[in-house]
Design a protein around this ligand. Structure first.
Ligand SMILES: Cc1cc2nc3c(=O)[nH]c(=O)nc-3n(C[C@H](O)[C@H](O)[C@H](O)COP(=O)(O)OP(=O)(O)OC[C@H]3O[C@@H](n4cnc5c(N)ncnc54)[C@H](O)[C@@H]3O)c2cc1C
Length: 388
């Protein structure tokens, strides 16, 4: 459960979204294809996102953040993602790290780290996954051993978003590898890069270009005990997965953006492309696709805002966030694929944008808990709420 956050004043929210749209039109759209095709880190856009306050979007105003409710945040994310999903990952992964500190950190940790996270002076992400442990997070092998006022950390994380360009990560480790149940031996640290903490290989990916995904290597990395989030060992599993509610709402919002973006492109194309003497939008086969796509995008949006509103009320919303993440990510995949069919042969050309939506969308089904796991979470919650 989170602290309730009031909805934003509608006029202020509209002004904020208008300014984001102007930025997208002016700065993002002209560069997206070049950056995506060449997998270039968008340094200028990152600076501009920091200036707009996006690295502090959900961080409380008392720490210099914008303090936005999840609903407004989800609107921003879906709006940007409908043009280039990958750049939303740059600030979202960072904000999941910030959420862990804001929700579970000591007052000293919040005062020290959150203002720097909010400005983007320190940027990073969440380092959970290891080569042998993705879904089964409790199987991680990275260890932190207490040594005086420090901990000494050894292990390898993989697939970490912002791994190369970020400088600080919320790092999940085992402080008691023998603990049973396993989650009781897990702790979360605020881990800035330094001696013993290096970046390994950067992954070559199908999509999600621009943002780097990399290995993080810890070789006798020494970190002050003051960086243990909350100051108590054994809380890491819940701290790491606690932030995933907002993470899932964010992935859902990215899915909404991809589903709506693919729909926008396909709608334009279907009215411009002519066959048999008329726009293909007039052919029933294409109308069936468009009818499905617009319905899917709308349903994804409604589910996502249902979850975001519950989050803003401070309610437990793992079931709603799971449903939103599951449905919106599948909607993104399906809408991208159907847009490809509407584009016909040109969908396969890198001169058109739609192929990026096709490449980017599948990740939404995998990140922040796979859709297989989402369905199991939804079912378990549903049965629990409906005892026979
Ligand atoms: C581009 C990208 C960016 C990423 N960014 C980050 C990041 O910033 N930080 C981070 O920590 N991680 C990150 N990840 C890792 C991501 O979170 C994991 O890939 C994801 O959790 C799945 O883990 P896995 O790949 O090990 O798959 P596995 O856990 O091996 O799963 C393989 C398959 O088995 C299924 N499965 C597994 N267990 C069960 C079960 N109990 N019941 C039913 N089905 C099951 C899964 O649903 C999946 O279909 C990223 C991954 C990618 C591709």
């Amino acid at each position: 459960m989170t602290t309730a956050r009031p909805a934003m004043d509608p006029a202020e929210e509209t002004a904020l979204l208008d300014s984001i749209q102007k930025w997208v039109d002016r700065e993002v759209r002209p560069v997206v294809m070049h950056h995506d095709h060449n997998d270039i880190w968008p340094a200028e856009l990152v600076d501009q996102m920091a200036e707009m306050g996006l690295f502090g979007a959900t961080i409380g105003s008392e720490y210099g953040g914008l303090g936005l409710p999840a609903t407004t945040y989800a609107k921003i994310v879906s709006q940007i993602a409908s043009y280039w999903m990958a750049i939303t990952g740059i600030f979202n992964s960072h904000l999941i790290m910030a959420v862990a500190v804001e929700r579970f950190g000591t007052p000293e940790q919040k005062a020290e780290w959150l203002p720097k996270f909010a400005t983007g002076e320190i940027r990073g992400g969440l380092a959970l996954t290891e080569p042998n442990a993705g879904t089964d997070l409790q199987a991680i092998r990275t260890t932190a051993v207490r040594d005086g006022d420090d901990y000494v950390i050894n292990g390898t994380k993989t697939w970490i978003s912002n791994g190369l360009n970020g400088s600080c990560f919320a790092l999940l480790v085992k402080t008691d590898p023998k603990a049973e149940p396993r989650y009781k031996g897990m702790s979360l640290f605020i881990a800035p890069k330094g001696p013993g903490f290096t970046t390994g290989k950067k992954f070559e990916k199908l999509g999600y270009k621009g943002i780097d995904s990399a290995e993080l290597i810890f070789d006798n990395y020494r970190i002050p005990a003051a960086n243990l989030i909350g100051g108590v060992e054994g809380q890491g599993f819940f701290q790491a997965t606690g932030g995933l509610e907002l993470g899932r709402i964010n992935v859902a919002a990215r899915g909404v953006g991809l589903a709506e973006g693919a729909l926008r492109l396909a709608t334009d194309y279907a009215q411009q492309r002519q066959t048999m003497g008329k726009p293909i939008a007039d052919h029933q086969a294409i109308q069936l696709y468009l009818g499905d796509m617009v319905t899917r995008a709308r349903a994804a949006r409604l589910l996502t805002f249902d979850a975001a509103e519950a989050y803003d009320r401070g309610e437990r919303c793992d079931m709603q966030a799971g449903m939103a993440k599951y449905f919106a990510s599948e909607a993104a995949v399906k809408n991208s694929q159907e847009a490809m069919r509407i584009y016909g042969g040109y969908s396969y050309s890198k001169e058109y944008e739609i192929e990026r939506f096709y490449r980017d969308s599948m990740l939404m089904c995998i990140g922040e808990g796979t859709n297989e796991m989402q369905r199991m979470i939804i079912a378990k919650q549903w049965v629990k709420r409906n005892p026979a």
